[in-house]
Design a binder for this molecule. Sequence first.
Ligand SMILES: *Cc1c(COP(=O)(O)O)cnc(C)c1O
Length: 380
Amino acid sequence: MSNDKLRPETVAAHALRATDQTTGAVVPPLYLSTTYARDENYEPLLKENYVRNGSPNLWQAEDILAELEHGKAALLFASGMAAITTLFETIPQGAHVVSLDVMYYNTREWLQRLEAKGRITLTLVDSNIPGALVGAIRSNTDLVWIETPINPTWDVIDIEEVAKAAHKVGAILAVDATATGAVTTQPLTFGADIVFHSVTKYLNGHSDVLAGGLITRDVNPRWNELKWLRTKSSSPLAPFDCWLLMRGMRTLFVRYAQASNNALAIARHFSNHPKVERVLYPGLATHPSYAIARRQMTNGYGGMMSLLLKSDFAGSKKFCTLLKVIIPATSLGGVESLAEHRKTVEGPTSTLPDNLVRLSIGIENVNDLVADIEQALKEI
Ligand SMILES: *Cc1c(COP(=O)(O)O)cnc(C)c1O
């Protein structure tokens, strides 16, 4: 049966029918070999025969990722940051880049480093100012890099509007869609050129693989350059990590649905709590991005939220240590809920409020999570 007709939940659960052709193994074998022998005519048996260029487990995982994002092709990297910095390597010397002043801080710091070195010119905009993002795009803009929902405000950006503006000047739009888990928004269908995922997060979902993915709308010269760069910089995802990722992706949709349901319930519950100034969650009607989120996030609002506590820097940090079920750790998108005081984690360049606690809501029983947050709030 053609996979074109299958819905994404089925594609994920069956790992795109990765059943082994020779043995019938329903779970595909793991090929750890770094090198592959040639045949009797000295012809390669596979399309690549050295693991830095590609491997069977890598191709299987990439095909699933491309399918889930409605893309033509996907590339998996040894980390999210490896994927991001490889894409930035394709920016022509001196070209202009538009991005956000609040977003995943390592990406912002890397762009600022490229600007400081004279490699690019950079405009970072406040996505809350209407029209600011589109207005920052110039005739020499090469890349618009956005995140949606934005970490850690969970503001949602209208991808279609930004894509149109970028394409008018011949720029490409790349979207960090990590928080969507490839479940609730497919940026390529809204006109984005490249989607990025920190695959470490929802796609793997078990906090045991570091990985990044790029997915493209078109296989074009820039995409081929990305592939070339990944090989030369030795950053493809290793076979065992690909194998673990394929296992993780089988349950992606049920994990994301449960995390979304839990998060919405928690966001609603704590919206009017005396110790909480505000809950930032795009699924709340009071969130500034709610209208766009409703249109663009069609399969749940995800498990990511932030609490602005009625407390100071020390109190908000202490809150994270008072939780007994939710784990005080960075990262997101795993089955277990995590909390972090984001300003402490981001360090001295952080512009975030002192009282912001980021929560990555997992798939636990929601009553245990609500009770845990309640008891910690009592203590601050
Ligand atoms: C974690 C994360 C990254 C970086 O990915 P790594 O896999 O940790 O290198 C980039 N963007 C967002 C939104 C993230 O959460």
